[in-house]
Design a protein around this ligand. Sequence first.
Ligand code: ADP
Ligand code: MG
Length: 678
Amino acid sequence: MSFQKQTNLLCLLQTKFGFNSFRPHQEKVCATLIEGKDVLLVMPTGAGKSLCYQLPGLARGRTTLVISPLLALIEDQVEKLKRIGLATERIHSGRKREESYHASQQYMSGGLDFLFIAPERLSVPSFMEMLKKKLPTLIAIDEAHCISQWGHDFRPDYRLLGERLIELRPCPMIALTATATPLVQNDIVQQLGLKEEMRSIHGFRRENIAIHVIELSLADRPLLALKILKQIGNLPAIIYTSTRKMAETFFNELKSYFKTGIYHAGMNPLEREENQQQFLSGKLDLIVATVAFGMGIDKPDIRTVLHAALPGSIEGYYQEIGRAGRDGKASQAILLQSFADHRTHQFFFEKDYPALPILKKIFLNLSEEKKPKELLKEWSNPTCLPEENEIFEKALEKLWIHRGATIDPEENVSRGPAESNTNWEKTYTNQRKHREHQLQQMIDFTQSSRCRMLSLVKHFGDQNDSGVACGTCDLCLPEGTQSFHKMRSLTQKEQKWVAQIMAILASCHYRAAGRLYEEIAGGNDLPRKNFEALLKSLFQFKWIHILDETFQKEGKTINYRKITLAPLGRNANATELAKLQLIDLVGMSSGAKNTKKSTSPPRRPPPSSERINALKLWRLSEAKKRGVPAFRILTDKVLITLCAELPTNESSLLKVKGMGPKLSKLYGNDLLKVLRGL
Ligand code: ADP
Ligand code: MG
């Protein structure tokens, strides 16, 4: 780039946008577009991608056409550009006819710097005619991952985008996204017909986010969340849950400890918006939300993003944790998950992506002639079971998305365009497999033994990453998880179990986790939870590998974990066994008896004896009130079990052995209060 051009770009940046200097990669992308070449730009949210089309658009003169699939983001961008004095308009389904007409007129008169549209607009023939009369100077496709066939909300119109855009050339084109794996990157390039494009894929490493992945049963998660967030410096925080119900559970558990808000799609929009605003402005310290929360959120000081369940894809997970620490200060991303989450995902997957034969059955009932949807539904589901109806609706939607069916506004259905009669099967199967693969990648991420940040950076195919381990995640620095984990040596009994595990693994290629447990626990008193803690520890100390595998049985896919010996484990001897540390969750140390040698974490929870004493005090006062012996209120055995299992709500309280509904009704609230107070 010549010196003259370089100073011109900088001058535009300063005068039009009011920024002093370019951020990394912006200048190169701008220069490439100004020269007339295409660009695929993949950088995380907040990196400053918009400027990469706005500035070259202005530099080239005339109007830049911006295509964005999300109406809310269009409105947001338009407002920002108008505010800095740039002539900007938008045309989309959310606007009145006169408004769109006025915007078109402005475009035709050449008075606009930017025109924003939703992708569907290009399917309107008169709109295409207008654009062809006056070609744009640059085309930008924002949130371009949405238009990939692998995207979740892929719509039939998007497939035609490439064809339509050819007619608007020869101007350069840029596709922007924060979340595209190399597979999706290729798809975007192909679908949009980008030519000899420059690919700029950068900036995925976040130096200031320490990632921790913790295996934990569902029932224990709210309590650990509470413990983590109570530690100084961990607020403001977002808790992401996988369902509305889970959001409500966490909200109810935590609202009395922190200024907490809730956000999910089932809420009244005004209330939801209000909660979001209060969190952004600092009036709330914590927001419990489903993934619906966070689009376009730019709050710099979020210290913790906690996932209360396993996300469905690494792309989504990365976007969500990326909201932590925008101010560059140390922050953390904590993921709580367990094997049970895999099953939940599988359940939702079967609902969201019905099996191919279900779609085929509907397709065979379709013809050129339009049929009412309700009639089709009766044919497909004569029993009218509500679950089946739900699956029918989903299957028909997928058939429509993949163009096997055409549906008119009155919901009359006919066969899709001829060329897609067999093609829909292929594209649907691909998308279904892709979704399944995304989930598997997420599972692999939790079970991997490679630095967490490095795994993420590699996932996105970042071009210039240093490739070094982050040094702060739970795998780089197991001791760093001390604020959530307590380390202790193994008891004699545990050492014996570990020796048995190692001996079995040394004698075979692998063992399924379930079988290994049976072999070890047969006749022993080793609860499954404690066995899992041992496995986790062996994995973190790199003595074993754990792989998620499947096999087919009677037509069903069965998941299991395959355990094999790692080189370190193969060479381990008795001395090393004695040195092995068990990573024990704070306050979850039900199996821990030998806590003497624990390295003390910065904020230790009260030892169990304190908890027991507190409960005993409460029991005594209750017994006095009622004039009965203490054991008539609660036996020692139940009391100790309560301290070990630490129930956090009514339902987990009921699960504690010895706590029947009667006891729970009488003392439940008091007990939970005493247990929480510690
Ligand atoms: P992205 O689309 O990558 O998520 P945006 O384009 O919305 O990010 O930019 C994020 C923020 O960074 C915006 O507030 C924007 O004004 C700001 N920004 C972009 N480029 C620069 C720059 N060169 N200097 C300072 N701030 C910038
Ligand atoms: Mg953006």
